[in-house]
Design a protein around this ligand. Sequence first.
Ligand SMILES: [Zn+2]
Length: 412
Amino acid sequence: MALVTQAYRFALDPTPRQRRALASHCGAARVAYNWGLRLVKLRLEQRRLDSTVEVPWTLPTLRREWNRAKQEVAPWWAENSKEAYSSGLDGLARALKGFSDSKAGRRKGRPVGFPHTKRKGRCRDACRFTTGQIKVLADRRHVQLPRIGVLKTHESTRKLARRLEKDTARILAATISRTADRWFVSFTVEVQRAIPTRTGKPTVIGVDVGVRHLATLSTGATIANPRALQRSLRKLRRLNREVARRKPKSRRRKQTRRRLARVYAHAANLRRDALHKLTTTLATDHGIVVVEQLNLTGMLRNRHLARVLSDSGLAELRRQLTYKTAWYGSQLILADRFYPSSKTCSACGWVKAKLTLAERTFSCKSCGLVLDRDLNAARNLAKLAEHVAQSGWETKNARGADVRPGLAGLTA
Ligand SMILES: [Zn+2]
C-alpha cells in the first residue's frame, strides 16, 4: 500500500445565491492576493532606504499583515470564509517563492518572473479551502464547503464517497474554480493505493498526440477523437475566425469571445475524458510509456490553433500519465523536447531538415520509407525507450527525467 495524493473534480449545480457566494470567495482571494502584492512592492521600496524593513514573503507573515490590515482594507471581510483570503495570500507566497527560487537557480524550467496583479475577468477564478466543514455528503449528490454551505453536484460523487466510506481516503483540501460559465469543486485527497509490481521484460509503447487523431501509438493503432470533440473543433475554428472579424472592444466581440470560451471548455472536457480512457489503458497494459516533452517556449510563440490544441492535449496526457504510471507500477519516459521525433526516419534514422505541420506523411530520402507522420513519430518515441534500456535503465529509474539519446548511432 502506498499513500498517493489524488484529485477528484466535480461540476457543480449551484443556486443563483450560491453562484454569487462562489464568485465572492474567488474575488476575495484575488483582493487579498493583490493587496499582498502591493504591500510587498511597497516594503521592497522602503527597504532600499532602510535595510531593517521586513518584507512579508511567506504565508504566515503575509497572513499576519493581512489580519492587521483587513478591517481597513476590506471592511466586508466577514462576508467570506477566512480561507478565501488565506487562499489568495497562499497563491502569492507560492508565486514569490517561485520567483526567488528561480532567481537563485533552485528551480528547473523556464525563468519565473515577479508576480503580476490579478485582473478581474482576466485571471483564473479559484479559491482553496483547507480547514473547516469540507464534506462529501452521503447521498452522493451534494458537497459541503465552509461558509458556502451545501452545494448540489452535477454528477455523482460516488467514486470519492466510496473511498471515504471505506476509510481509504482523506480530504486534504477543496478548491472551487470557474471555467467559462461552469463552477467546479476539486478535492485534494490522500488515498491508500495498492501499487502492483511488474516482473519480466517490460513492453514499450510510444505515443504521439495530434489534432486529427487523439493519439497515434507506435503499434500502428490510432485512437480517434470522439465525434463530439470533432464537432466542437470545427465550431472552434469557425468562432475563432468570427472573433477575428469583430471590431475590437465591441459588444459583439465580447459575446463571441464568451461563446468561444464555452466551446473551448467543452472541447477540453471531451478531450480530457477521452485521454483518461487512453492513459489508463497505456499505464496498465505497458511497462514503459514514452511521450514527447512539451515545448513551452514554442507553444507560446505559435499562434496556430492546431499547434495550441495538440500542445494542450500533450500537456494533459503527460499530467495523467505521470500519476497513472506510478499507480500501476509502470514507467513514463519523457523525450527531450529537442528530440526530433517527427523529423527522424523511424527505419534508418535519416533526419529531415524541415517538416511543416501540413505534411501528413513522412517520406525518407535515404531508405525510401513512406509512413504516416504521427506513426513515424510514435515509433521514434518507442525506440527511445530501447535506447534508454540499453544504457541501463533497469538499475536507474528514469521516471520523470529528460532523456536525450543523441540519436543512438544514427547518422543522416
Ligand atoms: Zn529512412
